[in-house]
Design a protein around this ligand. Structure first.
Ligand code: GUN
Length: 296
């Protein structure tokens, strides 16, 4: 059996289509578009390329965006001050504020992220938004976790009563996704297991998964023998590797070619979760603008 391909690009395009209409309505009603301000510190190629695709997607749906680039030598204090200035709208309207990660190593990332006011926190990383999600009253849900849940719902993959195994315990993906899949309602009600680098006998656990999510950032961590036949496999990894011919290549955390022969459905890299992460960011930015305008 060859797995059904979970096409994130096609789903993201459909989501963008409906967002475009909602953004139009907002823009007509408030005589300005929703606006996103992104902070990019340093010159990591991958971060630059993510930020570019976020800005391009925003433009496609009519959301205004600005990327503020600062040097890799910026200090924690400078970045905190910059985020505070953005929040005071010294860089124009800022419905949504996003600090692209990773920040340079010497920077206190938590201090910078905590400077983002929770009502503009379109990444959903602020402790207030994390707390709301954990209490089952989500406001801004981290974009990748929201994208994975959306992908499962859209593909008609039942989560209620099924065993979802998430490999990866990050604050950005693993933890919020576990909360979403275990929450009540559509796309939830799953029995959730979180695995990580200290989990004993990882393969024995992943083989129990009806839904297996890999979010660790290790190329080909999930091999075919770790997958239950027919399982839905969602690959959140984005790893840049050098191919045998010396050229750069993007691969996920899943050994795609082998696993697709075992799984029931599988998300590719690229073209899987990545585009949905961006679409969820646009949805969060519109939500931030509507919350501020008192429309929600
Ligand atoms: N870097 C990798 N993923 C993300 C994300 O979801 N948000 C931000 N801000 N930076 C990231």
């Amino acid at each position: 059996m060859t797995a059904i391909l979970l096409d994130g690009r096609a789903l993201a395009a459909r989501i963008e289509g409906s967002l475009r209409n909602e953004v139009d309505t907002f823009t007509t009603m408030f005589r300005r578009p929703p606006r996103l301000v992104v902070v990019l510190a340093g010159d990591l190629a991958a971060s630059g390329s993510y930020v570019k695709s976020k800005a391009a997607a925003a433009a496609r749906v009519g959301i205004d965006s600005e990327v503020i680039r600062v040097p890799a030598t910026s200090t924690t204090e400078e970045l905190v001050a910059l985020v505070a200035a953005i929040a005071r709208e010294e860089h124009g309207v800022a419905d949504g504020i996003l600090v692209q990660l990773p920040l340079p190593e010497h920077v206190d990332t938590v201090a910078v992220l905590d400077a983002v006011p929770p009502d503009r926190d379109v990444d959903g990383f602020h402790p207030e938004n994390a707390g709301l999600l954990s209490q089952g009253r989500p406001r801004f849900v981290p974009c990748t976790a929201a994208g994975v849940q959306r992908m499962l719902i859209d593909a008609g993959i039942e989560t209620a009563g099924r065993h979802a195994v998430i490999v990866g315990r990050s604050d950005i993906v693993g933890k919020p996704l576990a909360l979403l899949l275990a929450s009540r309602g559509t796309g939830g009600d799953a029995t959730v297991t979180i695995c990580h680098s200290r989990s004993a006998n990882l393969a024995a656990i992943t083989r129990q998964a009806d839904i297996l999510v890999a979010a660790v950032g290790r190329p080909r961590l999930v091999t075919a023998d770790m997958v239950k036949p027919g399982a839905a496999v969602i690959d959140v990894g984005i790893n840049r590797i050098t191919g045998p011919d010396g050229s750069g290549k993007l691969v996920g955390d899943v050994d795609f070619e082998a696993v697709r022969e075992v799984a029931g459905s599988i998300s590719p890299v690229p073209g899987g979760v990545g585009p949905l992460t961006v679409a969820m960011l646009l949805a969060n930015t519109l939500l931030a603008a509507e919350l501020r305008a008192g429309r929600r």
